[in-house]
Design a protein around this ligand. Structure first.
Ligand code: ME8
Length: 508
């Protein structure tokens, strides 16, 4: 059987156009999916939109259109954004998709028939913008603990999901599966802040608004958004349909990426839904940090951001991808600023990567008319250089599995930096002056091309367009993950007029 890999992002609310925070998580998922795909895994990458709920209904009313018309426009924009970032999802699920709607109804009924969902009366505090219920203990000041806005007291007939029944099973599961919630700090937060105080049953239907999936056996009710939203990860694969091949193949998910503010939904409610459905739990839920601007989270409600396409237009798709992946250790918060973005482009992409490629190709053209092979005239300095190239793939595999994307890129850029240093140490321009040193000169340049080839293959998942450009410039057919080791006997013929990989950007 093929190795498989299933990765998901949250499905985002289309209450406004998606911003750079949404790009952040989606670029990370795309990079990991591409890595696994190139590494021979049969991969499924799911993203999408969470379209129901009162907030969207209100937004559509304000705009004077139907909720579906309202979200359709935003989804068109989102798909355009994902294509401008070269995102390779396998499915963009919308919670208004008919297959999702039908399966959510089946799931609701199944949970009801099994006695895990029951009808009751909901009295409590509700934050409309966040679509979250809170207890008086969680909100002693009457303000939403997440967004700080006032929350309202509501009371209505509602269905409830028996979270409490599964509490000890979930605690045991988390205890026995140390990789299930990451980073570890988030795991401790879940245990101490949510599980230890005890779980209250969760309201899973509403009667006070109508923009949702109808409970098909009780038409006054629509499914309350989190049950609807979380189910997307299995409905997208055809769970409970006659076409469930993907579900059989890909569930349980290998990695579910979510922002840290929704990790509690994904590590408490979601696993309990799965337990109640008698399904295996995802192997890992990873809570990543936030992009902040001037100390504040970039968010739709604050509106503190530009259209991400402006950054792409000004700096290029791969530079934006690289910045998001490299600048902030995945899991921590980090500042998003154009200044830092320009800094990364100049220091890493232009000075280190671009420079290495253009210097090396320039010298091969100058000294060997563009054509070289390995003359194997090695010296001591080559040993650590080649050893490092040999172990790069193994290092990268380990880091991708730990979701240490920034560290992985750091390792690759360390290799590129070391290659620039190798040029300075071996001084090919001096070797070129001595006819006796032709073989040594050719070997040095061969080693450099091997470094350029191997790093470019490894950079494909992160900066696909630029990596392909480099591989085209060095005209190699050994450009796949299976070719990721130092090859001894390639015949290289490089292009004689490479366009620069990245231009340095002048700050005004
Ligand atoms: O929560 N920095 O949707 P949402 C980094 N529909 N990531 C950010 C970010 C920021 N400033 N802002 C948003 C929802 N994100 C629900 C999810 S899942 C079944 C339902 C990313 O539109 C991050 O991944 O509020 C966060 O968790 C997600 O967008 C929230 O998107």
């Amino acid at each position: 059987m093929n190795k498989t890999f299933y990765i998901t992002t949250p499905i985002y609310y289309p209450s406004a156009n998606f911003h750079i925070g949404h790009c952040y998580c989606t670029i990370a998922a795309d990079a990991i999916a591409r890595y696994k795909r190139l590494d021979g895994f049969e991969t499924y990458f799911l993203t999408g939109s969470d379209e129901h709920g009162q907030k969207i209904e209100n937004k559509a009313n304000e705009a004077g259109v139907s909720p579906k018309e309202y979200v359709d426009k935003i989804i068109e924009d989102a798909k355009d954004l994902w294509s401008s970032l070269n995102i390779t999802y396998d499915r963009f699920i919308r919670t208004t998709d008919q297959d999702h709607v039908k399966t959510v109804q089946k799931i609701f009924k199944k949970l009801y028939d099994n006695g895990d969902i029951y009808k009751g009366e909901y009295k409590g505090l509700y934050c409309t913008p966040c679509e979250s219920f809170w207890t008086a203990t969680q909100s002693p000041d009457g303000l939403c603990p997440d967004c700080g806005r006032p929350i309202n007291e509501v009371s209505e007939e509602a269905y409830f999901f028996k979270l409490s029944k599964y509490q000890s099973r979930l605690e045991e599961y988390i205890e026995n599966h140390p990789d299930f919630i990451e980073p570890v700090s988030r795991k401790n937060e879940m245990i101490n802040n949510f599980l230890k105080p005890g779980l209250e049953d969760l309201c899973v239907s509403r009667t006070s608004f109508s923009w949702g999936i109808p409970v098909d056996f009780d038409n006054n009710h629509v499914v309350y958004v989190w049950l609807d939203a979380l189910s997307n990860y299995i409905t997208a694969l055809g769970y409970e349909t006659s076409n469930d091949e993907n579900f059989q193949k890909f569930w349980p998910a290998d990695v579910q990426l979510v922002g840290k503010e929704i990790i509690r939904f994904h590590t408490i409610i979601w696993p309990i839904i799965l337990m109640a459905l008698n399904l295996p739990l995802p192997k890992k839920v990873f809570g990543h940090g936030w992009l902040v601007i001037n100390g504040e989270k970039i968010s739709k409600s604050l509106g503190n951001y530009k259209d991400p396409r402006e950054y792409i237009k000004d700096y290029g798709q791969d530079a934006v991808r690289y910045f998001c992946l490299r600048e902030i250790p995945f899991g921590s918060d980090g500042n998003f600023s154009e200044e830092a973005l320009i800094g990364r482009i100049n220091s890493d992409l232009a000075n280190i990567w671009g420079n290495l490629v253009s210097r090396t190709i320039g010298m091969i053209n100058k000294y060997f008319d563009g054509e070289i092979q390995n003359k194997k005239c090695f010296e001591k300095i080559d040993i650590p250089f080649i050893e490092n190239l040999k172990k790069l793939k193994k290092d990268a595999d380990a880091k991708i599995d730990e979701l240490q994307i920034s560290k992985l890129l750091e390792t690759i850029f360390d290799t590129l930096r070391a290659s620039n240093k190798y040029i300075d140490d071996t001084t090919p321009w001096t070797l070129a002056k001595d006819d006796q040193k032709r073989d040594r000169l050719e070997t040095v340049l061969y080693n450099l091309l091997e470094s350029i080839r191997i790093t470019a293959i490894l950079l494909k998942p992160f900066m696909p367009t630029s990596a392909e450009k480099v591989l085209k410039n060095i005209c190699t057919t050994k450009n796949e993950f299976k070719d990721l080791f130092y090859l001894e006997n390639l015949q290289y013929k490089v292009t004689n007029n490479p366009e620069p990989l990245f231009e340095r950007i002048q700050k005004d």
